[in-house]
Design a protein around this ligand. Structure first.
Ligand code: SAM
Ligand code: SF4
Length: 360
């Protein structure tokens, strides 16, 4: 297990941050654009639908973590309104996440509505434990384009230890196949690799990508865990993971990867199906190309995963502000996006929120 350095975090204090960011300069106000002060254009949003989860992954949540009261969470109409405003501001791609997004009671209605709005991409990240074929078919039909599954081990005993749940590896693999049958393109699998926990499975995941024609993406462990046990020694960096894979397979770089992709990707040189990718925020930060904004389930805008500043948009959705006023505030919020996460700096401080409370 990852040794704990402090006890679990208290529930987030709702009034910790000032509700309004400083006003962005006139140069930030270009119709259909969301810009930050470092010259990046933001076109991708991550929408967290809940902070709840049926798993308690050791690198994310603790069994004793408390959840936000339901009335603090955005409701369906607020989500839809926010998505429309974000699209007016130039957001082109959206990922639904959480917590576990499939626990959001109005997920079907949300997908049905925003799936028709003309986004370039609508995707969702899930632990794959609560899916069924009929819902998958419906989501696909209503405009959900891609699914990413989280799976960190291929061993049943470890699955129980890592997720602290009774969901089996087999169940998640079945969900992945159901998604394929429902018409989703090659599903992605995210595997967070932690030294001493599952680092010996890296080549097995590459084998899984080949056997099942999957996009397996290895993720470096980030300091966003609830028990604050992260330290550098736990991180298996992308180079180490690549070496472990290259000991078994020959790889060639995938040249089709876009400029804003968070992963570096490879095909198998022998032409086998599947692809592997490395998401290496710790050893190879990609902040310079980051075009993202995150919205938490209670309507806080976080310009960066590692922000210590976040801004309240929920109160504006509830206080009679019109869409133009809300959009103007989001422009101010985006402008505050920090240049980088600074994990490699001596003065790095882990944000108060965990990955599950942000929306990963
Ligand atoms: N519950 C869904 C799931 O697990 O796919 C969606 C939310 S989860 C927070 C989104 C992604 O964040 C998952 O792929 C998970 O593995 C990843 N994640 C969570 N905590 C992490 C950490 N400390 N470091 C790296 N990735 C993390
Ligand atoms: Fe839940 Fe996803 Fe966090 Fe695991 S990683 S505890 S499935 S939110």
């Amino acid at each position: 297990m990852i040794p704990a350095m402090t006890t679990a975090l208290p529930v987030l204090r709702p009034d910790l941050h000032p509700p309004k960011p400083p006003r962005a300069p006139a140069t930030a106000r270009r119709p259909g654009h969301l810009l930050d002060s470092h010259g990046r254009r933001i076109q991708d949003a991550r929408l967290s639908l809940t902070d709840r989860c049926n798993f308690r992954c050791i690198y994310c949540m603790e069994p004793g973590d408390r959840f936000l009261p339901k009335m603090q969470l955005l409701d369906l109409e607020e989500y839809i309104r926010l998505v429309d405003i974000l699209m007016e501001l130039g957001i082109r791609t959206l990922r639904l996440t959480g917590g576990e997004p499939t626990l959001y009671p109005q997920l079907d209605e949300l997908i049905q509505t925003i799936g028709q709005r003309g986004l370039d991409d609508l995707a969702m990240t899930t632990n794959g434990s609560l899916l069924d074929h009929d819902r998958l078919v419906q989501w696909r039909h209503h405009g959900l384009r891609r699914l990413t599954f989280s799976l960190d081990t291929l061993r049943e005993d470890r699955m129980r230890t890592i997720t602290r749940s009774r969901t089996s590896v087999q169940r998640v693999l079945e969900s992945i196949e159901q998604a394929r049958r429902a018409g989703f393109p090659r599903p992605k699998v995210n595997a967070v690799i932690i030294r001493g926990i599952n680092d010996d499975e890296v080549p097995d995941f590459a084998q899984l990508a080949r056997d099942r024609d999957l996009d397996v993406r290895f993720i470096e462990f980030m300091p966003l865990d609830s028990n604050r046990a992260w330290n550098r020694d736990h991180v298996v960096n992308a180079d180490e993971m690549l070496e472990a894979i290259r000991n078994r397979f020959t790889l060639r770089p995938d040249m089709s990867t876009g400029p804003h992709s968070t992963s570096m990707n490879w095909h198998f040189s022998d032409g086998a199906p599947g692809r592997i990718g490395m998401i290496a925020p710790v050893s190879r930060p990609f902040c310079g190309a980051c075009n993202r904004l995150r919205i938490t389930a209670e309507g806080r805008i976080r310009p960066c995963l590692f922000s210590h500043e976040e801004w309240d948009i929920r109160s504006m959705l509830r206080d009679g502000s019109d869409d133009r006023e809300i959009a103007a505030s989001i422009v101010d919020m985006a402008w505050t996006k920090q240049a980088g996460h600074g994990i490699d700096r001596a003065d790095f401080v882990q944000p108060e929120r965990t990955m599950s409370a942000i929306g990963g």
